[in-house]
Write a protein that binds this ligand. Structure first.
Ligand SMILES: Nc1ncnc2c1ncn2[C@@H]1O[C@H](COP(=O)(O)OP(=O)(O)OP(=O)(O)O)[C@@H](O)[C@H]1O
Length: 345
């Protein structure tokens, strides 16, 4: 089955008064397969909202191609728009109307039955607040109302920009269950942009990480976490005075190993195995009090990938791998990012 969304080489430059133009999208690629929850993850200002707005025909881009359901957008958008539900802009509602009336009016204008209004109110957890006027709604309740509105037409593609915004933990949990149910039981393709790593890790099947308007990596969330974070060991000593000696002993014994002092412990990456660390330290007369394997999570992958990219003068893309010199701010841990060599910016 072809991807539901295919974006290739998307470019968008914003001109700014008295400042250099800003390349918000710098050749971005994105592919989203059918029937899954896809996370569009990136630091603030990395171009997520710009991409989603471009996809929905809300802004013009300067280059690249976009397809939704195999149709080129924006010019074929009228052919596919009825299959798309989206919450990208902050939705505006008539504040004196109730949530129910708001949806009933929207349903009427879209030719959707009134019974569908009750279904979506139930799905987003607003049925009890449906009679209350929107002016009394919290940010999270408005967010749910916006999602309800997007669901009215039973879209096959649902696009949500930062859906967890304003939701409390119970609201986030409810939203997560709803989106996963839509994708896994109803076959809806769901795309959510987010900067919340834990949320993407718990919610999404696949994801694209972007940084500075470019795709850094994409794939299944579990595969990205497994493949992009080298396991590290956390080593503690009875006496902090052992730390410098331990660094010397370990780095002197194995080239390619990094050992960095961090909050009173040593973080070791690239060691052959934990037992080797214990033995090498003991041989140097240094005894440790704790040795743990650090758990891989999306946060470490995200920092590893977005914290080091893009490499100046090169396009960071999925492709060849290059070792980036460790910035001091990252505690000297050398990381690999994937780089397409030789492309000048
Ligand atoms: N209308 C605009 N005019 C000028 N610059 C803009 C405009 N819209 C966005 N930008 C800039 O483009 C870059 C990308 O913005 P965008 O909103 O797409 O990022 P984002 O990844 O969605 O960030 P966030 O998570 O903070 O919403 C940012 O540096 C932003 O300041």
């Amino acid at each position: 089955m072809p991807p539901i969304i295919e974006i290739s080489g998307l470019r968008k430059t914003y001109s700014r008064a008295f400042r250099q133009p800003h390349h918000a999208l710098d050749g971005l690629d994105l592919e989203v397969a059918a029937g899954q929850v896809h996370g569009f993850l990136g630091p603030n200002g990395s171009g997520k909202t710009t991409t989603l707005r471009a996809l929905l025909g809300l802004i013009r881009v300067d280059g690249g191609t976009m397809k939704v359901f195999g149709e080129e957008v924006p010019h074929r958008l009228p052919q596919v728009v009825s299959r798309i539900g989206a919450v990208v802009e902050s939705p505006q509602f008539f504040k004196h109307f109730s949530g129910r009336l708001t949806l009933q009016l929207l349903a009427e204008s879209a030719g959707v039955s009134k019974s569908r209004v009750e279904e979506v109110l139930e799905q987003v957890g607003l049925i009890e607040a449906a009679k209350a006027s929107v002016k009394g709604y919290s940010l999270g309740m408005r967010q749910r109302l916006a999602v309800a509105q997007a669901l009215l037409k039973q879209p096959q593609l649902l696009i949500l920009d930062e859906p967890a915004n304003g939701l409390d933990p119970a609201g986030i949990h409810h939203m997560r269950e709803l989106l996963q149910w839509l994708a896994h039981s109803q076959g809806v393709t769901v795309v959510v942009s987010s900067h919340l790593l834990s949320e993407v890790q718990q919610l999404c099947d696949s994801m694209t990480i972007v940084s500075r308007g470019r795709r850094i990596v994409d794939g299944k969330v579990a595969d990205i976490i497994a493949g992009h974070s080298s396991a590290s060991l956390s080593v503690r000593f009875p006496d902090a005075a052992s730390l410098p000696e331990a660094v010397e002993a370990l780095t002197g014994a194995e080239s390619g190993l990094t050992a960095v002092v961090d909050r009173g412990r040593l973080v070791v990456a690239g060691a052959p195995e934990p037992a080797w660390v214990t033995k090498t330290l003991a041989d140097a007369g240094i005894y440790l009090s704790e040795l743990r394997t650090e758990t891989k999570n999306l946060e470490s992958v995200f920092l590893e990938l977005t914290g080091t990219a893009p490499v100046p003068g090169r396009t960071v893309q999925i492709g060849q791998s290059v070792e980036v010199p460790p910035p001091a701010a990252q505690g000297g841990v050398a990381v690999d990012v994937e780089v397409e060599e030789g492309v000048q910016r």
